[in-house]
Design a protein around this ligand. Sequence first.
Ligand code: GDP
Length: 710
Amino acid sequence: MPISPGDKNMPRSYPIERVRDIGIIAHIDAGKTTVSERILFYTGISHKIGEVHEGTTIMDWMEQERERGITITAAATTCFWTPFGKEKKQDNEYRINIIDTPGHIDFTAEVQRSLRVLDGAVVVFDGVAGVEPQSETVWRQADKFKVPRICFINKLDRTGASFEKSLDSILKKLSPNALALQLPIGSESNFSGVIDLLTMKALNFEGDLGQVIKESEIPRDLAEKAKEWRKNLVEKIVAEDEVLMEKYLAGQEATVDELRMVLRKATINYRLIPVFAGSALKNKGVQLMLDGVVYYLPSPIDLPSIQGIDPKTGETITREASDDAPFAALAFKVASDPYVGTLTFFRVYSGSLKKGSYLLNSTSGEKERISRLLRMHANSREDVDELFSGDIAATVGLKNTSTGHTLCDENNPILLEKIIFPEPVISIRIEPKTKADQEKMGMALKKLAEEDPTFRIRSDLETAETIISGMGELHLEIITDRLRREFKVEANVGRPQVAYKETILGESEAEGKYIKQSGGRGQYGHVWIRVKPKEKGKGFEFIDEIKGGVIPKEFIPAVEKGVKEAKDKGVVAGYPMVDIEVILYDGSYHEVDSSEIAFKIAGSQAFQAAAKKAKPVLLEPVMKVETIVPADFFGDAIGDLNARRGRIEETSDRINLKVISAKVPLSEMFGYATALRSMTEGRGTFTMEFDKYEEVPHNIAQEVIEGKRK
Ligand code: GDP
């Protein structure tokens, strides 16, 4: 057994070259859950296959996920795999850590955070539908995070399924670098196995669960086609390597191992994308796709070393994926577990970690003791004593660590790049049903917010009500569902409301004066401020330009506080203002009467006066919407989107379907699912994601201001 250099007592059981940290990403319903379950079955962790429709999935351990049949939390699961044709022994076995990713668009933050920590991905497609809008969204995100990937075209047993058409849609819509490694044998209900185009063998899946792979000669009717496809495959691979290219041009055959090696490099460098065929439900092809994970997706040392910032010097530093390097890890998921409490999932980028040791959370600056280390398997957790570079694991009881925080060696601090989450766009008021619920609700919401960085809580200063915000209706629905189930809190919720914002378009100056001098000690606060718009997304900035002490230093924070409070209340319709610069440049004070409170009030008044004069406007979240309808309903769907103030950006054709891409204000999208369904006899589908905040047209803004529109 190989022993890692830095450690004499605790050998690592899998050298880092034999570790894969991957995710399975897919459009909802493409079969990700079924594929994941089959993986767990074949890798021997799961001994029984649970079907989705019976509600016994293994990965989805949250109750309502099962009911809804969607996967929300990014749990990490460890399993082991020996590729087909290799002798079963420790030296041939790989450790695969699967980071679960959700399929629903409301949870893109979850997708993003998981993409951040994984090294490679399997993208699952529905063999009937091919590339669907959400597959495109997820694909683009994977591009952003530079995730090497392989594709699995699933459901080839279904009527209407086509490997070639699906591959074609990948080539056209996602990447011209997709490359078939297999050809299916038979189609639809006769789909029985695949031809491996590298080894040129037919592989069939036998036994009740397809667990026995039988190798045979290629069926005669497919021989020609297989030859042709192999030629294309080999040409694409050898083009990636000079040595193989020379050999090829000299008429020499490259070996299967040589081809795999070059394809591996090309996949890791995003130059080629291997494509596999199968049917998870009918137990075909999943094992060979796992071989693909081993052969083509990177191990932690195949990728560039992670970079971060030295918190002391601000310099960029690198941590090698080596057990000897100083420890550095990123927390990517905080979950509350009914049995062990707070579970923090993290990915180790460098170094090793023994249980019982202390780490620095370089994001919060706090020290954390790592009392337990857990490796999560599908249906059990294993306590381990030590973790190594490339590992994905969990610990319990961390108090000051949230999603996106860096955990590191306290003597060698590093701050890894943060995960950036989108701002929530939708809010609802939530009210506990009883007094007992009230106390529990506060605690529960706080816990949920710690787990989920796109979920926010605030209280309305005027009505003392609690308002929760998130990424979409479904997101908030799931939160309130969890409140009830996991935390036993009963609450009434209001109608979903758009999270409007305000900003200014112009500059202006104003004075704020709070002076009361009627006998005894009075009040005196006096300021002059200037407000200016800032670039989109730049937030709020307060600049102190007071010279010569016309306002004493000790009162300046009070002015800032007053300005901030006024900014959060807005001046148009009571929504928080963003992207504003406030400059405090003049004022006066009184030796005796000046106080913090007087300056705070003056600051607040000055801001309101200035903002009102600076062309204040209301901003609303605008969503990127993609609607797919049968051609017959195209006109209706366009008309409807126009009526919703939608801007149609593009329309395109997809086998008997029309695809409409549009930008539509979120406030117009409530009830769209129902409307679309009834308009298209249930055949239309859509996806949406947040695009940006835009100015609300004047007449609509007026309705919002008058409270006619929420
Ligand atoms: P997810 O939403 O991506 O997790 O997809 P699921 O695994 O829940 O699958 C969605 C539906 O497709 C379920 O009803 C599955 O039984 C079904 N399904 C998954 N894989 C296959 C397959 O290979 N063939 C067929 N015919 N159905 C499948």
